[in-house]
Every structure is written in C-alpha cells, then in structure tokens.
Write a protein that binds this ligand. Sequence first.
Ligand SMILES: Nc1ncnc2c1ncn2[C@@H]1O[C@H](COP(=O)(O)OP(=O)(O)O)[C@@H](O)[C@H]1O
Ligand SMILES: [Mg+2]
Length: 253
Amino acid sequence: MGKVISLLNHKGGVGKTTSAINIGAGMVEMGRRSLLIDLDPQANLTISLGVHRQRVTIYEGLRGESELEPYTVREGLDVITSNLDLSGAEMELINEAGREYILRELLEPLREEYDFIIIDCPPSLGLLTLNALTSSDVVYIPLQTEFLALQGLAKIKQVIDKVRFRLNKGLHIGGVIATMYDARKVLNRDVVETIRKYFGDKVFKTLIRDNVALAEAPAHRKDIFSYNASSNGAEDYLALCKEIIERTETVEA
Ligand SMILES: Nc1ncnc2c1ncn2[C@@H]1O[C@H](COP(=O)(O)OP(=O)(O)O)[C@@H](O)[C@H]1O
Ligand SMILES: [Mg+2]
C-alpha cells in the first residue's frame, strides 16, 4: 500500500514543487514507484516535467467526471497533471457532500500500484489543501532557510490539527525539509537552528542546498536526476529519500 505524502506550506517559493518532483524521482532512483499529484492550479509541477495537457487532469477527477489516469513520465514515475481550470474547483465543489474526501476516494484504487504518492499542494489552505490532507498519511513541510521561515506555521499546525480531529485521524507532520540552504550564510545556519529548536527531530538531517541545477532542471523539463545526476541537488534529494525510506520503514512516521 503506497504511502501518501503531502508537501504543504501556504507560502509560495519555499520548494514544495521542487521537492515533490525530486523526492518522487529520487524514489524511482531507489527502485520505488512514485505517483506525483499536481494539486496547484498554477500547474508548475506539470509544466516542469514537460507534460502536455491530458484528457483527464486532477480537475476532471475532482469534478467526478472521470477516474484518474496517471501519465508515465519515465519508468516508475507517473503524474496526475493540473491546469488553470483547477482554480475554479474550490468554488464549484463548495456544495458537494463530502467535499473534503473527493481526492481520497480518487486515490484509493491507485494506492496499491505505488510505493509513494506525493501531493504538491497549492500555496493556500483552502479546499484543495484540505483534500490533500484528508488523503495523506503524513505531511512534510518545506521551509526556506531564510528570515521569516517560521512565520505562519502556527496556522499550518492549526489546520493539520483540525483535519486530524475531524477528517483524518492518522494525519501528522512527518517531516520538515530545510530548503535552499547555503552554509556560507550565517542567516541560513541560524534559521536551521531555529527550525530544529521548533520541530526537533522532525527536521530531516539532509539539508537541501541552494543549487542552481535544481532551478535549471524545470526549464529543461526534467527532474534533477535526469538533468544533472552529479549535482548537489541530486545528491541532497537522494539522501533525503533515504531518510524518508528509513523513517517509513521504522517508525511509520
Ligand atoms: N534548493 C534549491 N536551490 C535553488 N533553487 C531552488 C531550490 N529549490 C527550489 N528552487 C527554485 O526556487 C523557486 C521556488 O521553488 P518551488 O519549488 O517552485 O516552490 P513552491 O512550490 O513552494 O512555490 C523555483 O524557481 C525553484 O526552481
Ligand atoms: Mg509550487
């Protein structure tokens, strides 16, 4: 049964999409099967992998028009695409009974087929994000190691607590990913220390370094392993995947 992971932070630009793609691809490097779900109407994940508009996107799925049809990017790595239509979904589904459970139901038949299902959340805490959280076993929070990294986190915790209480009893924060880290910057080191004080050992030991190859890969419509397997970015995301597998197989976090 695949583990469902949501990458959540309602701030934009913290590394959600980059992490979703490269954790998914890193798992494939380690012989696992991954399904990426693009749940952001801006479709950055879809575009970054160079996947063209599919007949069934996550939008048609959520609208109940079709079952999900994963598109294979490369062996072991599948994706459910998004597009701008999804921006209307929050309003359109507002009167739907059980509207927070739609994604969970859609993913049910797919869970058997993958080791990891990774949901790239939009930068908001609305109905799409609630659907992600209701579907997930764990939440990972990417934090950019810059000033104000922790700002707004109380709100994220509140939403996760509410979802756990009302919709998904098993949900918890399984990890915090420090991104765009530059060891030469005192500020970055200080922020990592603050993040570790706040989240303790939830913070993954692997720090995702600031690495230009990670920013370039989407322009070439590739994940980091296909774009530059010897980059720091590839090294970091592979190390992160190893940690995720360890956590998953030991403490079920
Ligand atoms: N570790 C990194 N090093 C350098 N650039 C990065 C790194 N992680 C992400 N980026 C770049 O930062 C920008 C924001 O990242 P993204 O993953 O799109 O964030 P989010 O999905 O949270 O909005 C993108 O242009 C991305 O390529
Ligand atoms: Mg994004």
